[in-house]
Write a protein that binds this ligand. Structure first.
Ligand code: SAM
Length: 415
């Protein structure tokens, strides 16, 4: 018999973290992209090892051939569309194209913008309920401008394949797709992307800096990632110098939005005599916020040496120390009895983790301000803080990644 992937008609009942949606088939969870809760879709199961014969035997016996608790699928056709469905904001990601030809990176772009934010809030609420303990309410995920959610990406990565094709990858694949538009990219970034010629296979990053110049950073396969040129970003009147290829938030309003949220959280909580910590500090954005709020003794900790060097320069007018270290090791090495004023942390997607949360608890700060880019990691870490006696005194969320499942949250913890 020819192996053939099963096609099923599925009712979409929920949204999962990561930009896919949830259906159930005979009790098993099926993750389905390009769908919306309330819809009925025709979808093909894509787990490579699962073929029609296996699926039938699983269905017939209720056990046996496939023991995984979930399947993955791809939407072939929307049978009963949601009122929130829109033509995809990126034509090359639309459900009308073959699944393998749909670009990735805009996994909510088929949903009305306001409703995307409702779904993001739901994802945060479900993560809080599951991992952070009872009684926390997810806030509204607020828009940071009144636009249509396009033209915000100051940073994009394109890929170059062996045939010299340049473009984004297809969703959940490493196949380069030729596209006629990059609607989430800033206009100048899109223009620079379409002007690219003859790149070596690998990746090409494009970065629009605060002065609206676009920098092209080729990253050929096997090439060493060297230093790139220095760029300047501006937040609340302060200049931040950084490596063009180094970390900086992607949305042009992100720096101001998060700086303002952290400043609100810190207001009245900065004791000028205490030592304050900016953990996962990058080039010093929130160390500067601490300084603006009256901190006079600030330590910013970051594992990337280049970023720390820039942080030292960027914060030269403040009494700030920029340390290159892994946060877990840095905190574990603090002298016994160290006490902190406020701690700001902005970890990568994996979150801070139990050991770091316990170390922060150990320095007994006045307040902890947690800037999060992953709702599940945030919820886990909030659960750990709450288990140690901390309260979540405020939680805000910002839609800094329209048309994708990502967003940022800022939590304040006090005791
Ligand atoms: C989400 S970024 C935040 C950067 C900065 N707060 C900002 O807003 O520009 C996370 C930063 O943590 C750094 N990082 C990742 N893992 C780390 C670790 N274990 N210890 C210290 N820094 C780490 C990354 O290099 C990155 O600069």
């Amino acid at each position: 018999m020819t192996a053939q992937a099963p096609v099923l008609d599925l009712d979409i009942t929920g949204i999962a973290h990561g930009g896919t949606f949830i259906a159930r088939h005979e009790g098993r969870v099926v993750f389905v992209p390009d769908a919306i809760p309330g819809e009925r879709v025709r979808a093909r199961i894509v787990d490579p090892s699962l073929r029609l014969a296996d699926a039938r035997s699983v269905q017939a016996s209720g056990s046996g051939a496939d023991t995984r608790s979930f399947w993955r699928a791809e939407t072939l056709e929307v049978l009963d569309p949601s009122p929130h469905r829109r033509p995809h904001v990126w034509a090359e990601a639309d459900v009308s194209r073959a699944p393998e030809d749909r670009v990735g990176g805009a996994d909510l772009g088929h949903i009305a913008l306001d409703e995307q934010r409702v779904f993001k809030r739901r994802v945060l609420q479900e993560a809080l309920d599951k991992f952070a303990g009872a009684g926390l309410s997810a806030p509204e995920v607020r828009s940071v401008d009144d636009g249509d959610g396009t033209r915000w990406r100051t940073r994009i990565s394109l890929h170059v394949d062996a045939e010299g094709r340049i473009g984004p990858y297809a969703a959940r694949s490493h196949r380069v797709i030729d596209v006629a538009s990059l609607p989430l990219a800033r206009a100048a970034v899109e223009q620079a992307a379409f002007a690219l010629r003859a790149q070596k296979p690998g990746r090409v990053d494009l970065v629009e800096s605060g002065d609206e110049r676009v920098h092209v950073l080729p990253r050929p396969e096997g090439g060493r990632r060297g230093r790139s040129e220095t760029i300047v970003e501006r937040v609340a009147g302060r200049r931040f110098r950084l490596d063009a290829g180094g970390f900086w938030q992607v949305h042009p309003r992100a720096g101001e939005t998060l700086h303002a949220a952290v400043a609100d959280a810190l207001a009245g909580r900065v004791d000028p005599d205490a030592t304050h910590f900016d953990l996962y500090g990058g080039v010093g954005l929130f160390a500067a916020t601490l300084g603006e709020q009256g901190a006079t003794d600030i330590v910013t900790v970051e594992s990337d040496r280049r970023a720390t060097e820039y942080a030292a320069e960027n914060l030269a007018d403040l009494d700030a120390q920029a340390v290159t270290a892994r946060v877990d090791r840095f905190l574990a090495g603090l002298p016994e009895g160290t006490r902190a004023g406020a701690v700001v942390l902005d970890p990568p997607r994996a979150g801070a983790g139990r050991a770091v949360v316990e170390s922060i608890h150990g320095v007994d700060p006045e307040a902890v301000v947690y800037v999060a880019c992953d709702p599940v990691a945030l919820a886990r870490d909030l659960g750990t803080f709450r288990g140690l006696g901390w309260d979540v005194s405020s939680l805000r969320a910002f839609d800094l990644f329209p048309h994708s499942h990502h967003f940022e949250a800022v939590a304040v913890l006090t005791r």
